[in-house]
Ligand binder design. Structure first.
Ligand code: ADP
Length: 265
């Protein structure tokens, strides 16, 4: 089906994907992703990372279609999509390959903008946003794992993509860095960027993402407003996930979640 070019949405139509023939890890997914910050949750092996690699055109659908702002991912490449979709991998070693922090951040924007000055300015700003300005001359492997993950986030931010996808951003992060990541997400959302995350951290989901999609075994078993989805014990149990502590607390003390939702520790 033809899509309007520049339409600000991601459309997934009857998406099937197999790494090996006939062994499908995604089985007929259809959904539309819009500006609402969206969390993708589910147990290990459910197909979440495969799904976001397909959104970034690192993989192509075996069957079905994905339209990113009107562009079919079958007709493009991850590099050509760089201005539209940025993917921050779960494991920094899948992303980092330069020997200096600043060079690592500048690599993407240099390719995207073909403008050294803009690439440099964007990279400095991105490093400032993630709190790594004072490490710009260091070797990425002299950074902690937490810092390397923030470096990967900076590399994506420096390209100014419309869609930012984060794969398990809070793993290996302490509370301070998790809070920083939440603030960056909220800032991106206020700039009308699409923010999509994969995570196992249900409290992080509740705090930052208004829509939650639950994957189990290559299919979507629940999709909707986060508070509703994360209050559905049956869906969460099926996906091996925990009800967030604030929702548990509300139940325990017998109040509506709305009454205590601004409570943070
Ligand atoms: P999740 O992110 O939900 O943990 P993945 O998308 O990583 O799930 O994996 C879904 C399934 O695809 C798993 O069974 C996994 O073993 C398999 N898989 C992932 N990557 C590959 C690959 N490169 N080659 C073959 N199978 C893979």
């Amino acid at each position: 089906m033809a899509q309007m070019v520049n339409e600000r949405s991601i459309k997934i139509e009857n998406l099937w994907f197999a790494y090996k023939s006939e062994e499908y890890v995604l089985k007929g997914i259809s959904l539309t992703i819009d500006e609402r910050p969206t969390a993708i949750v589910g147990q290990n092996g459910a197909g979440k990372t495969t799904f976001v690699k397909l959104l970034k055109a690192l993989l192509k659908p075996t069957k079905g279609d994905i339209w990113i702002f009107g562009q079919n991912t079958k007709d493009t490449t991850a590099a050509k999509l760089a201005k539209t979709v940025g993917l921050v991998f779960q494991n920094p070693s899948d992303q980092i390959f330069k020997s200096k922090v600043l060079d690592e951040v500048m690599f993407g924007p240099l390719n995207v903008f073909k403008d050294k000055h803009k690439a440099y300015e964007n990279s400095l700003r991105a490093l400032e946003i993630v709190g790594l300005s004072d490490k710009k001359e260091e070797h990425p492997y002299d950074l902690t794992l937490s810092e390397r993950k923030l470096l990967c986030l900076a590399s994506v931010l420096a390209m100014e993509p419309e869609v930012i996808i984060l794969d398990e951003p809070t793993i290996a992060q302490d509370r301070y860095s998790t809070k920083l990541i939440s603030e960056i997400i909220q800032q991106l959302v206020s700039l009308r960027k699409f923010v999509i995350t994969i995570t196992h951290d249900m409290d992080f989901v509740l705090e930052n993402f208004s829509r939650t999609i639950v994957f189990t075994d290559g299919v979507v078993i629940s999709d909707g407003e986060t508070e509703k989805v994360l209050s559905d014990d049956r869906a969460l149990e099926k996906a091996h996930l925990e009800v967030p502590w604030l929702i548990k607390l509300a139940r325990r003390i017998g109040v509506n979640y709305d009454e205590i939702k601004n409570l943070r520790v």
